[in-house]
Design a protein around this ligand. Sequence first.
Ligand code: PLP
Length: 394
Amino acid sequence: MKTKNVSETTRDTYLPYGKQWIDEEDIEAVVKVLKGDYLTTGPAIQAFEQKVAEYVGAKFAVAFSNGTAALHGACFAAGIGNGDEVITTPMTFAASANCVLYQGGTVVFADIDPKTYNIDPNEIANKITKNTKAIIPVDFTGQPVELDKIHELAKKHDLVVIEDAAHAIGAEYKGKKVGSLSDMTMFSFHPVKHVTSGEGGMIVTNNKKYYEKLLQFRSHGITRDTELMQENHGPWYYEMQFLGYNYRMTDFQAALGCSQMDKIDMFVEKRKEIVAKYNQAFQEIPEVITPFQNESGDSSWHLYIIRLNLDDLSVGRKDIFEALQKQNVGVNVHYIPVHLLPFYQGLGYSKGSLPNAEKLYEEIISLPLFPAMTDQDVEDVISIFTQTVKTYSK
Ligand SMILES: *Cc1c(COP(=O)(O)O)cnc(C)c1O
């Protein structure tokens, strides 16, 4: 069915799949820090940490230069080292797995649940060995993973749970905010995520030991805390007690992050409104499958991933993707399963080993989703996407 002419619905301007929202308050907050005394290691860092910790209901928070560095810190704090196995999902950004390798650990991928697209707790159970040390579940697209089941497995096998919530600040699981539930939870403040600090990341935790390790890891493994030092030569004295990194965030980034946190509920609300419109428009189209909605979890909707029923279409995903791009709809694919990336292939992970993730990858397209989208933007995506799919319907 070709009901509309392509030229009727093509946008004049390119709509990206994700984009930050920066307003005058954000700009003022950054400028204020730039005019002040501290560009780094100043009070804005603690203010940002405190704001995020309070928002998610965690006791402690440590800001990092980016989310990947934060995950590295969490792997260090969890004691991951040579020979330790860490289980994560292949349906994620490479950072969720790379952080394990930074510490000399081994990544073990557990396949996804084809319905939720999140890591399948049964698959995790199948992959646990005596060498397993931690699980890094990812709240993919903002949908919380099945935390009850994952925490139960972790308790039974004495594993640390490092929740990768790069997509899920503002999401809830059984009425509790993501960030208050796992041993450590990571948030990212990259510009496509809900809240941005340019680059930035954070670990939140309720565990004081992890908190202290994370603080020290962020700054070369150095401490000035006299309680933690082995000696004390005088007021200038500090100790480097292990190999850490410079993973610090700047104060002007933290000021931006703080100002953005004031808008988090509005950001999540706007994303939900757009998702509701997409679902409404797409759920009756037989050629596509709309995203799963978790009953026990409340997604914060970082991504809107639509799955194509390729049997009902006369062309492949690539053709649909290119047709949308041509019409100025900035689509994307999240993600190429990590084990299929050339580096991981080189480590010996094989194609065909994680069939659910591999099949999903063949069929998905991420549609634009960000709070600054106008009603017209949303309508454009709906009409262009619907028409494109109809054009290629069998
Ligand atoms: C963005 C992202 C990261 C890494 O965060 P950065 O701040 O970009 O380093 C990790 N995991 C997932 C799932 C992400 O989407």
